[in-house]
Design a protein around this ligand. Structure first.
Ligand code: CTP
Ligand code: CA
Length: 222
C-alpha cells in the first residue's frame, strides 16, 4: 500500500513508471543487458509520488532503494516487464523510462553453453514494444511518455518515435562517452510533443525528474 498520497497536482492520478535495464537470459549463467542505471525512472517515480500521485514502478534489475510511497514491482526480462506493465494498468499516465532489450534469445539454453567452434551466432527475436502497445491501448491513458537515448540526430529520431509510437511526449538525450546519460547522475535532455518542445539544462536526475513531472502536469492540463 502506498499510504496516504501527499497533496499535490497529481492527487487522484495513477502514474505507472517503468525503469532500469532488462536482462535477457542466454543460459543459466549469462544474459544480454545494457548500461541503464534506472536512476532517471526511480527519480521520476519519486517526483510523481511527491506530487500526490499513486505510483507503480516496474523496475528492471537495479540496486536502487524504492522511493517513499511508491509501489514497486521487480522484473528481469522484457517479457516480464511487458507482463507487469499491463498487469498494473489502467493508469492515467505511463512513463516508459526503461531501457528495454529490443531482442531476446529465441530459446535460452537449459544448460551452460560450452565453447566449441571459433565463433558463435546467437538466434535472437524481437521483444514486444511495451511503450507502443500501451499507447495503442483502447482504454486510452491521459498521457503516454517515452524516452529516447540517441548517439546522433537526437531531435530527428525522437520526433520519429513520438509519431511512430503515437506518444504524447518523448524525452530525448544524447548518449556517448562524454555526454552523461545512462550511468551518470546528471544529464541534459529535451522533451518533444506534437507542437512544442522544452530543453532541460544539465542537472541532477532528481532535479530533472521534478522539472519533467511539472511539464507533464502542464501538458495534462493543456
Ligand atoms: N521501448 C519499449 N519496449 C521495447 C523497446 C523500447 O517500451 N521493446 C520504449 C523505451 O522504454 C523507450 C522508448 O521505447 O521509452 C524508446 O526506446 P528506444 O530504444 O529509444 O527506441 P526503439 O523503438 O527501441 O528503437 P531503436 O532502439 O532502434 O532506436
Ligand atoms: Ca531500443
Amino acid at each position: 500500500d502506498s499510504g496516504n498520497p501527499a497533496p499535490g497536482p497529481l492527487q487522484g492520478k495513477k502514474v505507472l513508471v517503468s525503469a532500469g535495464p532488462t536482462y535477457e537470459d542466454l543460459d543459466p549463467v549469462r544474459f544480454l543487458g545494457n548500461r541503464s542505471s534506472g536512476k532517471m525512472g526511480f527519480a521520476i517515480a519519486a517526483a510523481a509520488a511527491g506530487m500526490g500521485a499513486e505510483v507503480t514502478l516496474v523496475a528492471g534489475p537495479v540496486h536502487l532503494a524504492t522511493p517513499a510511497g511508491v509501489q514497486r514491482v521487480d522484473v528481469r526480462s522484457a517479457a516480464q516487464m511487458h507482463q507487469a506493465v499491463f498487469a498494473a494498468l489502467p493508469a492515467d499516465i505511463y512513463i516508459g523510462a526503461a531501457a528495454v532489450a529490443d531482442y531476446t534469445p529465441r530459446q535460452p539454453a537449459v544448460n551452460k553453453i560450452k565453447k566449441s567452434s571459433e565463433s558463435l551466432a546467437l538466434d535472437l527475436m524481437r521483444t514486444p514494444d511495451i511503450l507502443a502497445e500501451v499507447a495503442a491501448q483502447t482504454q486510452a491513458l491521459q498521457l503516454v511518455v517515452g524516452f529516447a537515448a540517441e548517439t546522433e540526430n537526437v531531435a530527428g529520431y525522437a520526433r520519429g518515435k513520438l509519431e511512430a509510437k503515437r506518444l504524447d511526449m518523448i524525452v530525448a538525450n544524447r548518449v556517448g562517452i562524454a555526454d552523461g546519460g545512462f550511468e551518470s547522475d546528471s544529464n541534459a535532455m529535451t522533451a518533444y510533443w506534437k507542437d512544442g518542445e522544452r530543453a532541460f539544462a544539465s542537472a541532477p536526475k532528481t532535479e530533472l525528474a521534478r522539472q519533467l513531472m511539472q511539464l507533464i502536469v502542464e501538458r495534462l492540463q493543456a
